[in-house]
Design a protein around this ligand. Structure first.
Ligand SMILES: Cc1cc2nc3c(=O)[nH]c(=O)nc-3n(C[C@H](O)[C@H](O)[C@H](O)COP(=O)(O)OP(=O)(O)OC[C@H]3O[C@@H](n4cnc5c(N)ncnc54)[C@H](O)[C@@H]3O)c2cc1C
Length: 316
């Protein structure tokens, strides 16, 4: 059986979290299936980053230009690696890069592709992928063919393996065609706070009703030592910046405490917060979907509860 191969995406400091999330799962699958785990990295620093990963083997495509994603070169290099290694599965983060690369390499090598994968399980000798379809409203279970499928995995699906290893890393390079040149990378505007790093999030949805009520959330966040985040309608209304948005088209967060005030819990929102350690939902509708994933819920009016909680926390 071929190895479980994973593609590591470059971030600001080493590999991104969404690619590190692939590592433990790849090793678990490799152990269960009796094969090895192989990580592929791109760019001049890939070799040194791969040397610390807890995997069996690393492959670094070391061209200096490839620290940034280049669709044609990545696809060409990965295609050759798949040809040489014949992996049983290839895991790629389901990010902007991964969706492009996964589809491209699967088409180039006529391999099956499963996108938006949130789980992989082994049933006997079969591997079954769970894929979020229709924006997460349905979960499709897909029995994978015997070998070769390319899987793009949604960020946040698995935990990061914090261990380190000392794998053997082979270094290769690819001839880069001039058909496509990256002229400039434009980073999205950075927000004032990084909600992905906060331990406590006071998250507000359409139930906040008006921007005039936002100070209530900010005061509560300050009193509890947290940060204000929100659902998409609050950003669409221009009440909070995009950097505060949790969900499919916003940020994926895993705080210790996520308090959802006036958020219905649409699948697109849940996608960004369902792995929080503790979820408390405040929603006047007891049938709101957020109640299905909340550890605790209350149907109290958020506009009354927020100031009351702040008062209590301040000991007033
Ligand atoms: C491609 C795509 C991507 C998307 N990406 C995202 C995303 O990243 N993040 C995101 O959040 N959404 C996203 N959405 C939108 C998503 O589908 C929902 O429309 C959105 O999450 C709903 O936001 P909400 O829960 O704040 O509003 P609503 O669904 O309107 O819910 C408001 C809730 O507040 C409750 N409420 C009202 N008043 C009070 C009160 N006084 N006290 C307590 N509760 C009260 C109501 O009972 C209701 O449940 C996306 C949609 C699409 C199609």
């Amino acid at each position: 059986m071929g190895p479980i191969l994973m593609v590591m995406e470059n971030g600001e400091a080493g590999f991104t979290d969404s690619s590190k999330e692939l590592v433990a799962k790849a090793r678990e699958l490799a152990d269960t299936l009796g094969t090895s785990s192989v990580a592929v990295g791109f760019g001049p620093d890939a070799e040194s980053h791969l040397r610390h990963l807890p995997v069996d083997r690393g492959i670094a495509v070391s061209n200096p230009e490839l620290s940034q994603y280049n669709p044609l070169a990545y696809e060409k290099a990965l295609s050759k690696i798949l040809e040489d290694n014949q992996p049983f599965l290839t895991l790629i983060p389901n990010t902007t890069m991964g969706m492009d690369l996964g589809a491209g390499v699967a088409a180039r090598r006529s391999l099956p592709l499963v996108a938006y994968c949130s789980e992989l399980t082994v049933e006997g000798r079969d591997v079954v992928a769970t894929s979020q379809v229709f924006a997460g409203k349905l979960m499709a279970e897909i029995a994978l063919p015997e070998s070769g499928a390319v899987i793009t995995v949604v960020p946040g699906a698995w935990s990061i393996d914090t261990g380190s290893g000392d794998p053997e890393v082979s270094v290769t390079s690819v001839e880069i065609s001039q058909a496509m040149n990256i002229l400039q990378t434009i980073e999205p505007e950075k927000g004032d706070v990084d909600i992905t790093k906060a331990d406590i999030l006071i998250s507000v949805g359409r139930g906040i009703e008006s921007p005039d009520n936002l100070p209530m959330a900010e005061e509560l966040a300050e009193a509890i030592g947290g940060v204000v985040s929100c659902s998409r309608p609050v950003v669409d209304a221009g009440w909070l910046p995009k950097a505060r948005q949790v969900g499919k088209s916003g940020q994926t967060v895993k705080p210790k405490l996520y308090m959802a005030f006036g958020i219905s819990g649409a699948p697109e929102h849940q996608q960004g917060m369902r792995d929080a350690d503790l979820i408390i939902a405040v929603n006047t509708d007891e049938n709101a979907s957020i109640m299905d994933i909340a550890h605790y819920g209350t149907t109290v009016d958020m506009l009354e509860l927020m100031p009351a909680l702040t008062e209590r926390l301040r000991g007033e």
